[in-house]
Design a binder for this molecule. Structure first.
Ligand code: FE
Ligand code: FE
Ligand code: ZN
Length: 301
């Protein structure tokens, strides 16, 4: 079984899912994740089923399993605070419908920010909202992401995520997505990854882990900042990220990069994914990563 790896890709109006798949192939990847529109607003364009069909065909031709494709729910959805609860619930329901129309059966969700209500109330709000959203028939699985603990985020400890799962009626519709930057910022020691997995297995169960966001971090462990760094250039480091990538208990789990774009001298930003994926596949750090990315995009422009 080879590596299941990919990155965040952009979903634009003209090419939609087809564009996502083309970028994935270009990056040398076989998995991907996208927002169905800007994560900070609710503008969503009409999905073109013809483009979706072409995208699914292209995936098949290139051995990209649709089970390795994820949608990320927008940040504006906050299930932990009851202030905009009706909006958050209806928008997440719409996002799930969009996933279904696109043939995607996995959506990543940040559990929510309690914004001063306290962790317990926040978690209870999340549970209530999820029980309003999820029905027994839906095919789309909601992946709760492990958070960094920044601000009033809920879900930065395995125990909190476990509490949420315990309160959800249709537990088979919930899975967990690790984010390495978030785990590190929340205080987990990624250098002892097998121990961390054991802890997760005891609290939640390894069978609930279905996706890994593979990011380095710009901050020290426990910083609770949530600032992603390019692979090998942060405080987690290449060897630790490599050990996670190739961990024998995680072979079947897609790894998705959400590392920052690189800004070139002409002030344009470009995705680093093609280069980071190459490093991880070759198991070799590229000491001139940023320069190589800049050079590459200079030439192709
Ligand atoms: Fe996320
Ligand atoms: Fe993430
Ligand atoms: Zn993050």
């Amino acid at each position: 079984m080879s590596l299941i790896i990919g990155s965040h890709v952009s979903f634009n109006k003209e090419k939609q899912l087809l564009g996502c798949v083309e970028k994935t192939i270009n990056y040398g990847a076989n998995a991907f994740m996208f927002y169905t529109g800007a994560p900070q607003n609710t503008n969503r364009f009409v999905i073109d089923d013809n483009l979706t069909k072409q995208a699914l065909n292209l995936m098949q031709e290139n051995n990209i399993d649709f089970n390795h494709a994820f949608v990320h729910a927008p940040y504006i959805i906050n299930l932990a605070n009851d202030k905009n609860k009706d909006f958050a619930i209806s928008f997440l329901k719409q996002e799930i419908k969009r996933c279904e129309q696109l043939g995607i059966n996995k959506i990543i969700l940040h559990p929510g920010n309690h914004v001063g209500l306290g962790l317990e109330t926040g978690i209870n709000n999340i549970i209530k909202a999820l029980n309003e959203i999820i029905n027994s028939e839906q095919k789309v699985i909601i992946y709760l992401e492990t958070m960094s603990g920044k601000g009033t985020e809920c879900g930065s400890r395995f125990e909190e995520l476990k509490q949420i799962i315990d309160g959800v009626i249709y537990k088979d519709k919930i899975m967990i997505c690790f984010d390495t930057c978030h785990l590190h910022d929340a205080g987990y020691n990624l250098k002892e990854f097998s121990l961390l997995l054991e802890e997760f297995d005891q609290i939640i169960g390894l069978n609930k882990l279905g996706c890994i966001h593979l990011n380095d971090s710009k901050n020290l462990r426990s910083a609770k900042k949530d600032r992603h760094q390019n692979i090998g250039l942060g405080y987690i480091g290449f060897q630790t990220l490599l050990a996670i990538t190739y961990h024998d208990k995680l072979i079947n789990i897609p790894k998705i990069l959400e590392t920052p774009y690189i800004t070139t001298d002409n002030k344009e930003s470009y995705p680093p994914y093609k280069f980071e994926i190459k490093m991880l596949k070759e198991k070799k750090i590229n000491d001139t990563l940023i320069n190589d990315i800049k050079e590459f995009y200079k030439k192709t422009n």
